[in-house]
Design a protein around this ligand. Structure first.
Ligand code: NAD
Length: 541
């Protein structure tokens, strides 16, 4: 094709409501029934070939733990090496395709997901990761569609970034993909992030080995098949579920490791960073390390705040998807003057939240992801009950007989440095510290210094001077700051997402800043009329 194509201008995918009696709701319930009725057998896919290792791990529905949704063939070091070989073998042709041909694959994937594949991927996310219809819709459908469409648009803008030239000289930037493969390691909690981590580099001509989370394999497998149907050539992205330690060891030993695109916990990312560092002499280039990790996200309430807005946003921010969002509100600071009324209101609202099977659309929350998470959260609840500096105001129960159900839990901490205000629990536990209203400035320093993380945060105030002052004092305390809004729910193209400090490298998923990390530009200077005399004028007699 001889053309400079215009990429369609992206717009955010509209969120469907699934209200009672709607056609969308009927279609989603039908898809959910189909997902629940079968046990899917999921292979590895290496260079387009399905690989059955015979070692199987189960994916169960977290809210109905006896229901086996999938059996997943487990890869190890040998499969990881084969996947790296397949990726590198695919790269030359993939990177040589015109941008419009690569872009079309991802734009087609976006449109398929927005239409024919929408209910299947949403249903798999509901069943396998215990998301409600709304939480699945904003993640697996809308956010992933947005990632695919917007990243293609950002790639176009990146390619348009070109240097200036001078008379007789033409300068260009060749935005090359990285040499080697990208290792995409994805978390359980967002199907959209799982889809984004291998595809964002691939849009620019990179190739990837994708290791999905064991708990998200069902939805992630559907996303992989969606990419295949969209026309992604074999080997460009290789799907390798399995033994995280063995797969990672084999890939980090490979001199062709060009980058890691990670989202998950801080501890695992630091481990990967150390492992790369200790092998630095063996790599052909310096691997790009991009990781978005944990959070202990704050809500800071000023005396001038609207208490109703604070209550509604704390409920949504802390308990939607069982608090299993990196951005979930998990510590809040409320002036003691406002606290007694707000405390009662919040406790009442928490008591109203329905928890149960996400197939029952009246439930606001499902189950937490697995037994380990349940055990960690139930232990935290027991610890809170035994600790005299903490008071449980609502919730505090947990029951894992049917599924991994943890009640939404509201805790008051009188101790501002309590570990409940520092550590990430990754579950439906919100800890509130009532601060003396007169000590606002001291509280700003407290919020800034309490936790090692700096992912998201929210400030509620009607007094503009308070917002200005707090935004400045908390400048490095959050990569995504919200004013009078909950700290969750970032939208691609509107709030580029990522945090600093222990929360990650802040390479802003779903923005041009992230794509920059997956290109290694080559500068080309061409002399249109080359010099033919080495002597400069000043040399003349
Ligand atoms: P996790 O760290 O347990 O797992 C993430 C991925 O790493 C999975 O694929 C897992 O199999 C893999 N992994 C685990 N151990 C490994 C090892 N030793 N070597 C290599 N890979 C390994 O995280 P999770 O439970 O899936 O997700 C929850 C965490 O992710 C929370 O801390 C949350 O805050 C964070 N998160 C952050 C963001 C963000 O954008 N900042 C978004 C979503 C989730």
């Amino acid at each position: 094709m001889t053309a400079v194509p215009n990429i369609p201008v992206p717009a955010n995918e509209p969120v469907r409501e699934y209200g009672p009696g709607s056609a969308d709701r009927a279609a989603l319930q039908q898809a959910l029934a189909e997902v629940n009725a079968v046990t899917e057998e999921i292979p590895l896919v290496i260079g387009g070939r399905h690989v059955h290792t015979g070692t199987l791990a189960e994916v169960v529905a977290p809210h109905a733990r006896a229901r086996v949704l999938a059996k997943v063939h487990q890869g190890g070091a040998a499969e990881a090496r084969a996947a790296a070989d397949a990726a590198v073998a695919a790269q030359r042709e993939w990177a040589s395709w015109g941008f419009e041909a690569r872009a079309a694959v991802f734009l087609r994937a976006a449109d398929l997901l927005a239409s024919r594949w929408r209910m299947r991927v949403n249903a798999a996310t509901m069943a396998g990761q215990s998301k409600t219809a709304h939480q699945a819709e904003i993640d697996a459908a809308c956010e992933l569609v947005d990632f695919l469409r917007f990243n293609v648009h950002y790639a176009e803008r990146l390619y348009a970034e070109q240097p200036g030239s001078a008379p007789f000289v033409w300068n260009r930037l060749d935005h090359r993909p990285l040499e080697g493969f990208v290792y995409a390691v994805t978390p359980f909690n967002f199907t959209a992030i799982a889809g984004n981590l291998p595809t964002a580099p691939a849009i620019l001509g990179n190739v990837a080995v994708w290791k999905p989370s064991p708990m998200a394999c069902l939805s992630n497998w559907h996303v992989f098949r969606l990419l295949e149907e969209a026309g992604l050539p074999p080997g460009v992205i290789n799907f390798v579920p399995g033994d995280a330690v063995a797969i990672t060891g084999a890939l980090l030993d490979d001199p062709r490791l060009a980058g890691i695109h990670f989202t998950g916990s801080t501890a695992v990312f630091r481990h990967l960073w150390r492992e790369v560092g200790s092998r630095i002499d063996r790599y052909r280039a310096y691997p790009r390390l991009v990781g978005e990790t944990g959070g202990k996200d704050f809500v800071l309430v000023h005396e001038s705040a609207d208490p109703e807005a604070v209550a509604a946003n704390l409920i949504r921010g802390a308990y939607e998807y069982q608090g299993q969002k990196c951005s979930a509100a998990s510590r809040a600071y409320v002036p003691d003057t406002m606290w007694p009324a707000l405390r009662d209101r919040l406790a009442g609202l928490v008591g109203e939240l329905r928890v149960g099977d996400v197939g029952d659309f009246r439930n606001f929350m499902g189950a937490v992801i697995n037994q380990a998470s349940f055990d960690r959260l139930a232990a935290a609840q027991r610890e809170a009950k035994a600790d005299p500096s903490l008071t449980i105001l609502a919730g505090g129960g947990a029951d894992d007989r049917e599924g991994f159900f943890v009640q939404p839990t509201l805790i008051e901490s009188r101790d501002p440095s309590h570990r409940f205000l520092c550590d990430e629990f990754f579950g439906p536990i919100l800890t509130v510290h009532p601060y003396p209203a007169a000590r606002w400035e001291e509280t700003l320093r407290l919020v800034d210094g309490t936790s090692p993380y700096a992912l998201t945060g929210a400030i509620f105030a009607r007094d503009r001077a308070a917002l200005v002052q707090a935004s400045a004092a908390l400048r490095h305390a959050a990569g995504n700051l919200y004013l009078n809004d909950k700290p969750t729910g970032a939208i691609v193209g509107q709030q580029p997402f990522g945090g600093g400090r222990a929360s990650g490298t802040n390479d802003k998923a779903g923005s041009i800043l992230n794509l920059l990390r997956w290109a290694s530009p080559r500068t080309i200077k061409e002399a249109l009329v080359p010099a033919v005399d080495y002597r400069y004028p000043f040399l003349a007699e």
